[in-house]
Design a protein around this ligand. Structure first.
Ligand code: NDP
Length: 489
């Protein structure tokens, strides 16, 4: 028989009494010297760390990415250097606005965050199950998220806040259209696509940059819920999507996604009708076809949720040589905001935690700080330049400069199509959705907009319907009719 392990204090001393407090006599009172008791209660009081302000409710799985097609003409990233290369990875799926215990079937985008542990350091692709986003400038993000959270007085979710914001920010229409289609309530995480959403770039061996969009297409097939189905599951099993993923992996039914990219040259970007760095727009497939790259398979639920999923920290700032950024304003904001959020939530040394630590060695001159858990650089110098260590600081790789077109990068010199918030959502409604999906989308809009209340109700509805009109007249009429809304002059 295996030798039993000893129960110990956190400092390693074997317990002599775990269950009963140490008392003066059998009836107490409890002695101050029972530090086992203090340790147990004190640690329990500190079990919670700050909840993620967005994407609090999430599920993670480990897996593997396999390169199946040659994309070396676009990128010199080592991960993609050879067909057949594989890489360990972590995925975390989540809802956005709800708290940690909220229901998985809420109408909300789903986070689709990936960490690739590559030979060149961690590459994080932190996207959603939608190819676009509600806003195109990170400056609006806190305002937007406030509208998805709780009313400051009632502490209730408020359709009035949501529709007020969306109707005042017409760039949200594309994402709102997707959110209120059946894809706004995926049936679990396995039956949804993932998108990098932002525009990134790739740099090849000749030091040429190309703009890139990342798409992860589910190989399980798209699987969605209608509004009524999602409502029922919300009550029956709020952890529906998490349970589905955990059970599938336990049954060795490993979910897979095909990674595909769209690429756009710098000269194509200059001629593109819309701003290619605007995250409220997609690049049409007919003009920018999907290029096959490889497959991601999730095959393991991490052994400890808190250590490996709650403490997982994904950041768009984590790119590797051969993959880089773009002038996408949302992306630029996210590069700053995500590591900042992790420093607040997990501390300055969050990348030393096992789940976040790269498989490569880390050498730099950052030192100390709360919870340093690696050897903190040992006895090597903590300053640069120095005469002692042998760390190579010569630049081994230098990105080409980003060529910017002032029409797309200059805030005050906007492209005439920058405010076209209507063509693409209109195409989605008319050309991509079938009649059943259109009917469900209208039902979902009407059901949600019926929740708009108060003195500004009519103003908000009228403003939103006018955006629907610009995208598709039939859509606007049908939503207006569903709301029994009379237009005012
Ligand atoms: P395509 O007909 O080539 O592609 C349509 C895309 O829409 C497919 O990727 C499909 O995903 C996806 N799709 C289908 N239903 C929905 C939905 N309810 N919500 C979100 N996506 C959906 O058309 P285009 O490339 O010309 O784009 C037309 C419109 O399709 C866009 O305006 C945009 O709204 C939407 N779209 C476009 C994407 C792109 O990158 N071009 C990506 C996703 C959506 P699947 O193949 O998995 O069924």
């Amino acid at each position: 028989m295996k030798e039993k392990k000893k129960l110990t204090t956190t400092s390693g001393r074997a317990y002599n009494e775990y269950e009963d407090s140490m008392t003066a006599g059998p009836r107490g009172p409890v002695l101050l010297q029972d530090y086992f008791l203090h340790e147990k209660l004190a640690h329990f009081n500190r079990e919670r760390i700050p909840e993620r302000i967005v994407h609090a409710k999430g599920t993670g799985a480990l897996g593997k990415f396999t390169v199946e097609h040659d994309i070396t003409k676009y990128t010199c990233a080592k991960l993609f250097s050879k067909v057949g290369n594989t890489c360990k990875m972590l995925a975390r799926f989540s809802t956005v606005a709800g708290e940690k215990g909220s229901a998985d079937t809420e109408r909300d985008p789903r986070g689709f965050a990936l960490k690739f542990y590559t030979e060149d350091g961690n590459w994080d692709l932190v996207g959603n199950n939608t190819p676009v986003f509600f806003i195109k400038d990170a400056k609006k993000f806190p305002d937007f998220i406030h509208t998805q959270k709780r009313d400051p007085k009632t502490n209730l979710k408020s359709p009035t806040m949501m529709w007020d914001f969306w109707s005042l920010n017409p760039e949200s229409l594309h994402q709102v259209m997707i959110l209120f289609s059946d894809r706004g309530t995926p049936d679990g995480f396995r039956g949804m696509n993932g998108y990098g959403s932002n525009t990134y770039s790739m740099i090849n061996h000749s030091n040429e940059r190309i703009w890139v969009k990342f798409h992860f297409k589910t190989l399980q097939g798209i699987s969605t819920l209608t509004w009524p189905e999602a409502e029922i599951i919300k009550g029956k099993d709020p952890d529906h999507a998490q349970r589905d993923l955990v059970n599938a992996i336990a049954n060795a039914d490993f979910p897979k996604w095909a990674l595909k990219i769209q690429v756009m040259t710098e000269s194509q970007a200059k001629k593109f009708k819309w701003n290619p760095f605007d995250v409220t727009k997609i690049w049409p497939h007919a003009d920018y076809p999907l290029i096959d790259v490889g497959t991601m398979e999730l095959n393991e639920i991490p052994v400890n949720y808190f250590a490996n999923v709650e403490q997982a920290a994904f950041a768009p700032a984590n790119v590797v040589d051969g993959i880089s950024f773009s002038p996408d304003k949302m992306l630029q904001g996210r590069i700053l905001a995500y590591p900042d959020a992790h420093r607040y939530r997990l501390g300055a040394n969050y990348e030393q935690l096992p789940v976040n630590r790269p498989i490569t060695e880390v050498h730099n001159y950052n030192r100390d700080g709360f919870m340093t858990i690696d050897n903190n650089g040992g006895d090597s110098p903590n300053y640069h330049p120095n005469s002692f260590d042998n760390i190579e600081t010569k630049v081994h790789y230098k990105e080409p400069p980003m060529h910017l077109d002032s029409n797309v990068a200059d805030t005050y010199n906007r492209n005439e199509h920058d405010d076209d918030h209507y063509t693409q959502p209109g195409n989605l409604f008319r050309k991509v959705m079938n009649e059943n999906e259109r009917t469900n989308t209208i039902f979902n809009f009407v059901t949600s907009m019926k929740g708009i209340t108060g003195e500004k109700r009519d103003e908000i509805i009228q403003r939103q319907l006018s955006h629907f009109f610009k995208a598709d007249k039939d859509l606007a009429w049908r939503v207006g009719k569903g709301l029994d809304f009379k237009f005012k002059e």
